[in-house]
Design a protein around this ligand. Sequence first.
Ligand SMILES: [Mg+2]
Length: 260
Amino acid sequence: MKLIILDLDGTLYRGSAPVDGAREAVQELLRRGFIIRYLTNNSTAPPDASAAKLRAMGIPAEPEWVVTSAMGAAWMLQGLVRRALVLGESGLVQALEAVGVEVELATEPASGQPIDVVVVGMCRTATYDALARCQGAILDGARFVATNKDATYPIENGRLIPGAGSLVAAVIAATGQEPQVAGKPEPFLIEHLMADVGATREETWVVGDRIDTDIEAARRAGTRSLLVLTGVTHEAPVGCDGLVAPDIRGILPVTSPDSA
Ligand SMILES: [Mg+2]
C-alpha cells in the first residue's frame, strides 16, 4: 500500500486560494493508485469542512481522508479524561466530543465542574479571561494538551495571522508548564495513518511546507518527505538534505513508476 500524506495550508491552498497544480497532482496520484490522506495541524475546521473546501477547488477529497491535530489531541485523551476546558474552535470541540470527552469552552462562563485537561488549539475568539481560565485550571492540576505549536497561520496574499502556537505560548508563559503536543512535528498522527492503511515507512511520503513541523514529523516517523515552497518556506534551506520542490507537482516525478 503506497500512502501519500499531504499537508493542507501552504501545500494545497493558502486561505481560500488553491496552490498552482494542486488539483492535477492529487488527481494523478490517485490515478497511479496511491492512498491520499490530508494531515493538517489546523484544529479549527472539522474534516468534512476541509474535504468540502478541497472539493470546491476541484481537488479530490473525502471527509475520511482528512486528519487534524484536533483529532490527534482527542485520540491522545480518549478514555483517560472526563472533562476538558477547551481554548479552540468547532473542529476541536467536535473531535473531543466524538471520543466521549465533555467540553467546556474557555471563552464561555465557568460551569464550576472539575476540569481534567486543558486543550489549547487555534482560537480566533480567544480573550484574556479565557487565557486566565486555562492558567487557573492547569495550576490547579489539570493536564495540558496542545493541538500543535505552529506560531503562525498562512492566509491569502502571503499574510500571516497568529496560529495555535501563539496561544499555547501564552499558556506556557502563564503556567510554566509544557503541553503534550498532538500534531506535527510529533510522529503520532503519521504513524496512526500508516497503521490504518497498512503502509510501511518506505511506502509513505509526507509532503508539506514547514521544515519544523511537516518535514520533522516525517523524519521522526521514518518516512520519505518532500518540502514544497508554496507556504511558509520560500527557498530551499541551506544544507537541506531532503527533497525540495517549487510546488506540490514535485511529488509526481519522485513517485513515478520510473523513479523507483
Ligand atoms: Mg502547512
